[in-house]
Design a protein around this ligand. Sequence first.
Ligand code: SAH
Ligand code: DHB
Ligand code: MG
Length: 221
Amino acid sequence: MRAETWSAVDEWLVEAMRLDDDVLVRALAASREAGLPEIAVSAPQGRMLRLLAGQMGARRILEVGTLGGYSGICLARALPPGGKLVTLELDPRHAEVARRNFAMAGLADRVEVRVGPALESLAALERERVMPFDFTFIDADKVSSAEYVELAIRLSRPGAWIVLDNVVREGAVLLADSPNESVQGVRRAIAMLGRDPRVDATAIQTVGAKGYDGFALAVVQ
Ligand code: SAH
Ligand code: DHB
Ligand code: MG
């Protein structure tokens, strides 16, 4: 099967299963108009995030890597009244687009966008002793993936979910000697999830409109 087929099937799934809506379409359009890279999760993936977070009753959700807020809208929609999404973004331009998109989606009251390097924001969350998170989606730079996983575990309650995006990268993760720092970051994160007694984890390869990639899924013990 070829990438065009994966994309065509995603388009069909989005249509047949109504995985899209005006708010999501407008959020993507606003992100594109602002010149953001088109690397948000796909609509089927966004719905998966919403279903996972909703099904496990997440009241406090953490996201690392906001971009224009597409996955954040999906996650925030899973929250019950009074729930909160804290989403971390390095680039103030991305954060600004995301804030507008959260407001457009009617979710501004339950979303906090924190601007800065995620390692610093995560350390600040740890210092502030905020309530532990029920669900974390990690989707920022891949170099620090293992550090993000470590901090997410420390910020999680037992039973919390951690989802890590982009763990396959068209198979590039196979290259143990790769000089690519992103590949090495993802490899460290995967190795850690596999042997860390604080989590029970797996990883699933995916194809679709976003190419050939995958998610790691972990439950904190
Ligand atoms: N989760 C988004 C996509 C995120 S793309 C979605 O699916 O809609 C990755 C984002 O991580 C980009 O906006 C990028 O600016 C941000 N990023 C990169 N390095 C970062 C860092 N060190 N700290 C926080 N965010 C970072
Ligand atoms: C890239 C980043 C992502 O989070 C993603 O889902 C796809 C691509 C990138 O940096 O190229
Ligand atoms: Mg991603």
